[in-house]
Design a protein around this ligand. Structure first.
Ligand code: PLP
Length: 462
């Protein structure tokens, strides 16, 4: 089969033809013929070092033999069963494995096919929780989320997201039951002379004020990403932020929903990002690194206090998908998670994360156009600015992050670009999210490449 060829905007003038209805109908994706380890091979023969594992997905790298074997064995035993009626051991074992990873803080896992579906399920579960409390609280229908956030592409999930360009045309279709507060974005939003503690107090007051404005009895949940991924480019919260946010949720009896679709399952240097924040969410979304890209799988991890309410209430979560807890996806994710545990890969993420962070800061910290280097574990973002002192971003028309992406692809490395497409975002960033088994040599190679690409891009622009 001949795959559609990537349309290089510099050399190909006519729209490419492809029968796949893709996000971008003028520039189809790079035709890829194979993937192995940390590399992808394009149809034109170019090898690409996958420094982001897609969108922080392929945590184990490509072509893992153990995962492949587990998937084939599952297909041979039971390729599909309807999970509302039947169960296969892989699903049960995966749920147990996931609960084990929370040190018993969560008691159940709910498995779906995508992060967006997980968000939809979380929103509905929170609502059902309040309806089934011994003294029901039916007024709770409102969700408070944050600007510049992303929780998924479906109407409910996008409805609570702060991603302006993805929301745009659909704005009139969103339910009017959500509102947004500021994210914790120290690089741009902390005031001169403000301490971390003062910043947290300011953000806590903003959330408290929003509960009061909406009417605390109407708020179901506060929903946030522990490390903001796609919209801001790997922005972790400052110390104490999530504790303060959870206190406000407790004060008003609302749930805390943490979206770890991108930052979770080891990416942050602990299995769950909340394990570094001193909080335990009521509901947590997981995704990308769960199945490492071997099969579509995402899910919820649910706090026993939520599960108990439903168990003692209707006994049923009013939700379900044909492909939820798909046996082959569960078998793939189970093997991925076993490998992550057996090979102590989360410790490697923490160790290599420190190495990568030091390297990025030492090689790029003084770069005149690199405004901020932030992240955790193996989840790092570089924000580009035209003026380091004023933090003035580049003119969006220059497409700096897309140029970095393009230059990377031209020279054999993929980055995950982002620019002012989320509401209020001021500039360009790229994200680096290497595989969990990277070595110091891999990190040296990645950072060397980043340096070269950035230099080449800024030479073009200057
Ligand atoms: N939540 C977060 C934090 C994400 O980063 C994403 C995807 O990028 C989603 C939810 C949606 O996941 P999916 O694309 O699998 O639907």
């Amino acid at each position: 089969m001949t795959l559609p060829v990537y349309r290089d905007p510099n050399t190909i003038k006519e729209p490419a033809t492809s029968s796949v209805f893709h996000h971008d109908l003028l520039t189809p994706p790079f035709a890829t013929t194979s993937s192995a380890g940390h590399y992808l091979t394009l149809q034109n023969g170019r090898k690409i070092y996958d420094s982001t594992g897609g969108a922080a997905v392929a945590c184990l790298g490509h072509g893992n033999e153990r995962v492949k074997k587990a998937m084939i064995e599952q297909i041979d035993s039971a390729a599909y069963v309807h999970s509302l009626v039947y169960a296969v051991p892989a699903t049960e074992e995966l749920a147990k494995e996931l609960i084990l990873g929370t040190e018993g803080k969560m008691s159940h896992a709910y498995l779906v096919c995508s992060g967006s579906e997980a968000t939809e399920a979380a929103l509905k579960l929170a609502r059902q929780y309040f309806l089934e409390l011994p003294t029901p609280q039916p007024a709770r229908v409102h969700y408070i989320s944050r600007h510049q956030s992303y929780h998924g592409i479906t109407l409910g999930a996008l409805g609570v997201s702060g991603h302006a360009s993805r929301r745009g045309p659909f704005e009139p279709m969103f339910a009017q039951n959500s509102s947004r507060v500021s994210p914790c974005y120290a690089y741009r939003d902390m005031k001169d002379g403000e301490t971390t503690e003062q910043y947290v107090v300011r953000l806590a007051k903003e959330l408290d004020d929003e509960f009061v404005r909406v009417g605390p009895e109407k708020v179901c949940a506060f929903i946030a990403e522990p490390i903001v991924g796609a919209t801001l480019g790997c922005v972790p919260a400052v110390e104490g932020y999530f504790k303060a946010m959870q206190e406000i949720c407790h004060k008003y009896g609302a749930l805390l929903i943490l979206d770890e679709v991108m930052s979770g399952m080891g990416r942050s240097g602990t299995l769950h990002a909340w394990q570094q924040e001193g909080v335990v969410p009521d509901i947590q979304m997981i995704g990308k690194g769960l199945g490492g890209g071997y099969a579509p799988i995402a899910g919820l991890l649910i706090n026993p206090r939520v599960v108990d309410v439903l168990r003692n209430g209707s006994g049923t979560f009013i939700h379900g998908h044909t492909y939820q807890a798909h046996p082959v996806s569960c078998a793939a994710a189970l093997e991925v998670q076993r490998i992550v545990r057996e090979q102590s890969l989360v410790s490697n993420v923490a160790r290599m994360g420190k190495y990568l962070s030091n390297l990025l800061k030492s090689k790029l910290g003084d770069h005149p156009y690199v405004g901020d280097i932030r992240g955790k574990g193996l989840f790092w973002g570089l924000e580009f600015v035209e003026n380091k002192t004023t933090k003035e971003p580049f003119d969006p028309k220059l497409g700096v992050s897309m140029r970095v992406f393009q230059k990377g692809m031209d020279t054999g490395m993929s980055f995950y670009p982002g620019n002012g497409t989320a509401d209020g975002v001021k500039g360009d960033h790229v994200l680096i999210a290497p595989m969990y088994d990277v070595t110091e040599e891999d990190c040296d190679f990645i950072v060397g490449k980043v340096l070269g690409v950035i230099e080449a891009v800024f030479e073009e622009i200057d």
